[in-house]
Design a binder for this molecule. Structure first.
Ligand SMILES: O=C(O)c1ccccc1NCC(=O)[C@H](O)[C@H](O)COP(=O)(O)O
Length: 210
């Protein structure tokens, strides 16, 4: 898949960060709705932040093996669901919203097999694997493990920042990049300058894209 690399900023917790991300030109904003995260927000904050997001910027809700009743409560404020746990394809598909599946790149994970298993997903988010940590590790993984052609849009995550975004685009040619720690001053506190720098690095990578 070619063209402009889309960008998702994940783990937004503050109104000013949402506004700065939109001003920087982001395509999607992720809200962590898993209480175990330092970036977790509650339902009231989700409603508040989601209402600030303009048309044509996708609001993504991130869940880790969540109670379906909790997801049902969040769904009215979301455009896309991102599942980061051990959810089955049927569990991902039951909410009447488009969804993507995050896969942590454990040594034995075969992304090609996952494409077939999660046939209903709108994309696969490939992230670093660290035992016991469902995501947001700030770590990269071996990008050469990503097959050159996967039959789903690849969203590359894990340890990205302005310093390696262009290199990631050149190596993987993903549909999108997903970043959290690399645009932060502290967990959940985004940094406007780092967000702008990340977008500039992506534009630079796109100019040189294979
Ligand atoms: O951000 C979290 O705290 C988090 C917790 C549990 C599951 C997923 C989480 N983040 C998911 C993301 O989409 C991150 O953007 C992705 O894992 C990359 O994070 P980073 O390596 O910090 O850029």
């Amino acid at each position: 898949m070619s063209g402009r690399t889309r960008v998702k900023f994940c783990g937004l917790t503050r109104a000013e960060d949402v506004d700065a991300a939109v001003a920087a030109g982001v395509d999607a904003l992720g809200f962590v709705l898993w209480p175990g995260s330092k970036r977790a927000i509650d339902e009231q904050r989700l409603e508040e932040l989601a209402a600030r997001v303009p048309a044509f910027v996708t609001r993504v809700g991130l869940f880790v093996d969540a109670d379906p009743a909790w997801i049902d409560r969040c769904v009215p404020h979301l455009d896309l669901l991102q599942f980061h746990g051990n959810e089955t394809p049927a569990e991902c598909a039951r909410f009447g919203r488009a969804w993507i599946k995050a896969l942590r790149m454990r040594d034995d994970l075969d992304p090609g097999a996952a494409v077939e298993e999660y046939a209903g997903a709108r994309g696969l988010l490939l992230d670093a694997y660290r035992p016991g940590v469902p995501g947001g590790t700030g770590e990269t993984f071996d990008w050469s493990r990503i097959p050159a052609s996967l039959a789903k849009p690849v969203i590359l995550a894990g340890g990205l920042s302005a310093a390696n975004a262009a290199e990631a685009i050149a190596s993987v040619a993903p549909f999108a990049l997903d970043v959290s720690g690399g645009i932060e001053a502290a967990p959940g506190i985004k940094d406007a300058a780092r967000m702008a720098a990340f977008m500039a690095a992506v534009r630079d990578g796109d100019r040189r894209r294979p």
